[in-house]
Write a protein that binds this ligand. Sequence first.
Ligand SMILES: Nc1ncnc2c1ncn2[C@@H]1O[C@H](COP(=O)(O)OP(=O)(O)OP(=O)(O)O)[C@@H](O)[C@H]1O
Length: 309
Amino acid sequence: MLRIENLYKEFGNIKAVNNISFEVKRGQVFGLLGPNGAGKSTAISMISTLIEPTKGDIFFEGKSILKDSKPIRQRLGVVPQDIALYPTLTGYENLSFWGSVNGLKGQELKNRILEVSDIIGLNGRLNDRVDKYSGGMKRRLNIGAALLHKPELLIMDEPTVGIDPQSRNHILDTVLELNKQGMTIIYTSHYMEEVEYLCNELCIMDEGNIIASGTQQELVDLVKEKTQINLKLDKNDEEVINHLMEIKGVYEAKINENVINLFGSSTDVLLADIIAKVTENGWMIETIDVKKPNLESVFLHLTGKALRD
Ligand SMILES: Nc1ncnc2c1ncn2[C@@H]1O[C@H](COP(=O)(O)OP(=O)(O)OP(=O)(O)O)[C@@H](O)[C@H]1O
């Protein structure tokens, strides 16, 4: 559906986006994950046709959006990171404004406002002024404004920043519901959990570059040897460590405040072998805790820094 080819954006000396390429397939929730300043918003702004790339191209259904942006723009819905609403107008008036900007009018516009306010869960509050809304309600209305013209591709730039957990969950579930109904979505975030919850495929960005891309499983496989199992036994000394190190796939074992930290590859095989080894030696397990690698560990592994630094 969307193909990004060797895209660059420079602001003076700043290389905000530095040669990125990726493809979004119809029906996906595609994630762009990266810390603040990684270049996500700049990439999104180019895809949304709001700013022009320094170099490179973007194809929507095979057509360059740089050459003929207007008809393509109408098939996109853009949820900007900064809330684009008029605080002194009501929710209804804001939706009405954004609907007419997107070419809707008359009964069709009225119907869509009602449908959209249902999707974003604001139908009881449409006649209140936006400056009376909570942060979460404003974010939801901001999303609603992008949905009125039924876009095929919804582009969301950090839509949950600065809101309460309840509104955040509502937004995440709305994204999944829209996707279930057939909408393709690009979702940018610096929250690993959100991307993990929503996205089939993703790119991890840092300092203008894509440092890894693929399905969650493919990315996590990059660090699969980092599975950590914390084991508390009734006995922990060098002898126990030596026995545990005999297990195939365990490459490190150490004692840390009465807990044994084991590092190894495939969790399932490891667990079975650890339990067998413990039983064989007549030890007792007090607690066992498995920490599987996640997207956060992938980012740490590739950049040496935490996602939220
Ligand atoms: N209009 C601009 N002029 C100059 N520099 C810019 C401009 N827009 C972005 N940048 C710079 O480009 C880099 C990438 O910023 P961008 O906003 O795309 O990152 P991001 O990953 O979306 O982070 P955030 O979530 O903080 O917006 C940053 O160093 C930023 O300061």
